[in-house]
Design a protein around this ligand. Sequence first.
Ligand SMILES: Cc1cc2nc3c(=O)[nH]c(=O)nc-3n(C[C@H](O)[C@H](O)[C@H](O)COP(=O)(O)O)c2cc1C
Length: 221
Amino acid sequence: MSLSEAEILSNIIRQRKTEKVLCEASSIQEIPSDLQQKNQQIILDAIETAGWAPFHYPRQIDEIAEPWRAHLIWSDNCPKIAQYLTSEIGCTTKEPNLTAGCSALALITWLPEVQRDDLGNLPRATLSAKLARDEEHLAAASAMVQNFLLILTAHGMGTYWSSGGKLGKDDMFQYLNIPRHERLLAAVFIEYPEMMTDGKDRKPGKHRDKRSNRWIREVNL
Ligand SMILES: Cc1cc2nc3c(=O)[nH]c(=O)nc-3n(C[C@H](O)[C@H](O)[C@H](O)COP(=O)(O)O)c2cc1C
């Protein structure tokens, strides 16, 4: 029986799940170059399609309308980042092992209008207008991230949307050459289907089984 487009899309939405893959820097698996090439192209296509998310206000930085940016990090650079997190930043949380365990990492940022220095300096009305637009920039960027996760899921890739922890800090942005006016929304750790071998430490999302439909209300007037 063939599935309708709506059924296929619903299945992918429900299949998407957080999978945290952790690995020691010393046991990183090398990815064969043909697999890298194939999967990198899939990710490049996926992020471009994800950018068809709705956005309310053109952000217009560098004449780019979208209020988000995507910084793609391929597997050859992931060990360098894991190393930088540990030795330069002194990171003792799980980000180095997640970075070592992934096949690729996408750092997706959004572009707030209100910068840190603005809070005490802008007239109240200007600040509140900018904050209102910022909510919408963030909402739009989040829709883009979810699009990205869904396409990767449809390709059989593993994903984990993390806030990013130390990956979002100033010194890391400087290391990765990410402009300071961007703010990290999602560190998406990606695992290629061919790299899903046993022997890696895997953890599901903490809240996966807490879902209900009790947040839905039908309005009857
Ligand atoms: C904006 C955002 C940030 C997240 N950051 C983290 C994080 O820093 N650490 C973490 O363990 N999970 C993080 N998650 C993943 C959630 O824990 C996960 O989505 C939740 O447990 C439900 O599991 P599921 O994605 O498998 O449905 C984040 C999810 C979102 C949407």
